[in-house]
Design a protein around this ligand. Structure first.
Ligand SMILES: CC(=O)N[C@H]1[C@@H](OP(=O)(O)OP(=O)(O)OC[C@H]2O[C@@H](n3ccc(=O)[nH]c3=O)[C@H](O)[C@@H]2O)O[C@H](CO)[C@H](O)[C@@H]1O
Ligand SMILES: [Mn+2]
Length: 331
C-alpha cells in the first residue's frame, strides 16, 4: 500500500508590526491510494528507433481533442518504442469481461484472440464474471496472463446484466484491485481481437469512440435526450459518442466512473426511467463532465458487420455479428 503525503501549508502573518515574517506550518495527512506507478516515460539508453516528426502525422484523422487528450490511431505511435518505455514499469493490467447466459459462447474466440493480440508481453489478469463457470473454455494463457473466474447470479434482462456491470466493477476495484493492478479495461465479450491492443491505450481515463458515430454531428449522437434521466445531454452539448463496450484507465479513475454511473442509474430506477442505451448513456454523460485523458479511435472497437472506412487502417477489436433475439434472455 502506498502512502501519499499532502503538505498543507498554512501561512500566518505575524501581527507584530516590526517583524512581518510569514510562518509556515506543515500539516501531514496520510491517505490510502490506488496502486499507480508513475515513473515517467523513461526511454532506455542506446535504444534506436524511428525519428518522430514535428510536422508529419496522420492528416485524415484528428489525433488530439480540443482539451489536448491524444486520440490513438494507427500511425500515431511507435509500438516498439512505447513497449520499451512501459516494459520498465512492471505493470499489471486488470481486464474484466462478463459472460452470462448464452454469452459464454463468445468466450473462446474472445480469450483466444486476446491471447494473440492483447497486451502481449505484459502482465494481464482477466476477471471473468459468469453464471456458468462450467462453460468457461480451456484457453492456454500466455506468460504472465492469468484468468480468474467469478460466479455471479443469473439475470432475466440483458439490460440489467449490461448495467449491473458497473456495480460489480466498482466493488472489484475497491475490494481487490487496489494493490493488485495498475490499470483496468472493461470489455464486452461478444467481440474479438484482430490486431494489436497494447500499452498505447493506457491512460488515466480512457474512452473508445463508438464505431457508428465517429463521423456524426453531436445532435445525431444517441445520447439520452429526456431531461428526467440523469444521463440527459442536451442536443447542443457533447464531444464524442463513446461505446459502453470498452473503457478503462487507472483504478482510481475507473472506480469513480463506475461508482458515479451506478449511483446515477439508481436515481433513474427510483424515478422509473431507464436511459436509452443503459450504462452507455450514463458513461457518455460521465465523459462529458469528466473528460477522458486518452481516446481510442474506433480501431479499438469496430464491428464485423460495419462498412469499410478509409480512416480505419487496422481493426484491433471488433464486435462479432450476433443474433440478439437468440442470445439474449429477453429479446
Ligand atoms: C447495437 C446495440 O444494440 N448496441 C448497444 C448494446 O450493445 P451490445 O449489443 O453490444 O450489448 P451486449 O448484448 O453485448 O451486452 C453487453 C455485455 O453484457 C454482457 N451480457 C449481456 C447479455 C447477456 O445475456 N449476457 C451477458 O453476459 C456481455 O458481456 C455483453 O458483451 O447495448 C449496450 C449497452 O446498453 C450499448 O447500449 C450498445 O450501444
Ligand atoms: Mn456487445
Amino acid at each position: 500500500m502506498k502512502l501519499y503525503v499532502f503538505l498543507h501549508r498554512l501561512i500566518y502573518l505575524n501581527t507584530n508590526q516590526n517583524s512581518c515574517k510569514p510562518q509556515i506550518i506543515e500539516k501531514v495527512i496520510t491517505k490510502k491510494n490506488w496502486k499507480l506507478k508513475n515513473f515517467g516515460l523513461r526511454s532506455p539508453v542506446g535504444f534506436v528507433y524511428n525519428q518522430p516528426s514535428a510536422l508529419v502525422s496522420r492528416t485524415d484523422v484528428a489525433s488530439v481533442t480540443s482539451w489536448l487528450a491524444p486520440i490513438i490511431w494507427e500511425g500515431t505511435f511507435d509500438a516498439t518504442l512505447i513497449d520499451f518505455i512501459y516494459k520498465q514499469q512492471n505493470l499489471t493490467i486488470a481486464t474484466t469481461v462478463f459472460a452470462l447466459g448464452k454469452y459464454t459462447r463468445f468466450l473462446k474466440d474472445f480469450l483466444e484472440s486476446a491471447e494473440q493480440h492483447y497486451f502481449v508481453g505484459f502482465r494481464v489478469h482477466y476477471y471473468l464474471f459468469t453464471d456458468h463457470p462450467e462453460e468457461v473454455p480451456e484457453v492456454k494463457m500466455g506468460e504472465n496472463h492469468r484468468l480468474i473466474v467469478r460466479k455471479v447470479p443469473s439475470m432475466n434482462r440483458w439490460q440489467d446484466i449490461s448495467m449491473g456491470r458497473m456495480e460489480i466493477l466498482e466493488k472489484l476495484i475497491k475490494n481487490e484491485l487496489a494493490s493488485e493492478a495498475d490499470y483496468i479495461f472493461c470489455l464486452d465479450v461478444d467481440a474479438k481481437f484482430y490486431g494489436r491492443w497494447g500499452v498505447e491505450s493506457l491512460g488515466r481515463l480512457v474512452g473508445v469512440i463508438h464505431p457508428w458515430y465517429f463521423d456524426a454531428p453531436r445532435d445525431k449522437f444517441t445520447y439520452e435526450r429526456r431531461p428526467e434521466s440523469q444521463a440527459y445531454i442536451p442536443v447542443e452539448e457533447g464531444d464524442y459518442y463513446f461505446t459502453g463496450a470498452a473503457f478503462g484507465g487507472s483504478l482510481e479513475d475507473v472506480h469513480h466512473l463506475t461508482k458515479t454511473c451506478r449511483e446515477q442509474m439508481n436515481i433513474d430506477i427510483a424515478n422509473s426511467i431507464e436511459a436509452l442505451w443503459h450504462e452507455e448513456s450514463h458513461l457518455n454523460k460521465y465523459f462529458l463532465h469528466n473528460k477522458p485523458s486518452k481516446l481510442l479511435s474506433p480501431e479499438y472497437l469496430w464491428r464485423d458487420i460495419n462498412a469499410w472506412a478509409a480512416q480505419i487502417k487496422v481493426v484491433r477489436f471488433s464486435h462479432v455479428a450476433k443474433n440478439n433475439a437468440e442470445v439474449r434472455p429477453n429479446a
